[in-house]
Design a protein around this ligand. Structure first.
Ligand code: NAP
Length: 240
């Protein structure tokens, strides 16, 4: 189980209850990850060749990719490793968010493109994690609030307020933060799921535009959603 998400934790628990032997793999970037049922390993495999070696050594029968929709490198390595070792590869894929009436979304193809779309003077609520904030921090004309779970590896310029917090966030708190910080634009990855959705509802209700970063393309795979369907699909794919 390639994890690091709430649904990976849920699927591990369901599979273990159904009698599967599951190892959840975490990238090891979060200092205090939430508890996972069953065996856990942590840290990268050392690229696709490392993952292939791991699959062979541990006699893995299936890779379930339940990583975040933006974890594109891991998905590519996992698909390749499964193909090379001829094992099952299943992706647990959370549906993307779709704009609703009243939303003012501006589509962006990447974090860098999103940074380029913001007008000078924008007060930004940046909620894209810690890895890709550089294009925003490098623009002196942007300011606002940047929220992530773990501290960033780079320094955050003084015109930005850094907020370390873990989802979920409730709607009223999100609206209050947007108002208090004088936010003019929200920037979000199209992660999907319930826990990050309230900022989008808050932006809609306050008539604030959202720069929405599209998901990366991933290799073709068997995909399933939600967790129970994924467990059933895995059982089917592994049945003789
Ligand atoms: P990524 O860019 O696709 O992967 C970068 C490298 O991190 C991979 O090549 C792999 O290293 C290692 N890695 C990633 N996921 C791993 C896992 N589950 N187990 C072991 N190694 C892993 O991934 P990312 O976007 O940095 O995401 C890292 C983790 O954070 C994932 O578990 C993901 O579910 C979680 N996460 C990501 C986001 C996001 O926005 N990207 C949001 C929430 C949670 P090697 O090449 O050495 O094997």
């Amino acid at each position: 189980m390639l994890g690091g998400t709430a649904e990976a934790r849920a699927l591990s628990a369901v599979l273990i209850k159904a009698g599967f032997s599951v190892v959840t793999s975490l990238a090891g970037v979060t200092q205090q990850p939430l508890p996972v049922t069953g065996e856990v390993r942590s840290g990268g495999f050392g690229g696709e060749h490392g993952l292939i070696a791991y699959v062979r050594r541990e006699r893995i029968a299936a890779i379930v990719d339940a990583t975040h929709p933006f974890a594109a490198v891991m998905a590519r390595h996992a698909a390749l490793a499964a193909e090379q070792t001829r094992i099952v590869y299943l992706r647990l894929e959370r549906p993307a968010w779709a704009a609703q009436s009243g939303d003012r979304w501006i589509d962006a193809g990447s974090a860098a493109a999103a940074a380029g779309l913001l007008p000078d003077g924008s007060r930004v609520f940046l909620t894209i994690g810690r890895k890709e904030i550089a294009p925003f921090m490098e623009r002196p004309g942007l300011s606002g609030m940047v929220r992530m779970i773990e501290p960033p590896s780079q320094s955050v310029p003084a015109q930005w307020r850094l907020l370390l917090a873990r989802p979920p966030f409730d709607l009223e708190t999100e609206k209050q933060s947007l108002r208090e910080c004088g936010i003019t634009h929200v920037v979000s990855k199209n992660s999907g799921g319930e826990s990050g959705k309230s900022k989008l509802v808050a932006a809609r209700e306050l008539n604030i535009p959202v720069v929405m970063i599209a998901r990366p393309v991933k290799p073709a795979a068997f995909t399933a959603w939600p967790v129970d369907a994924a467990a059933a699909t895995l059982a089917r794919l592994l049945s003789p």
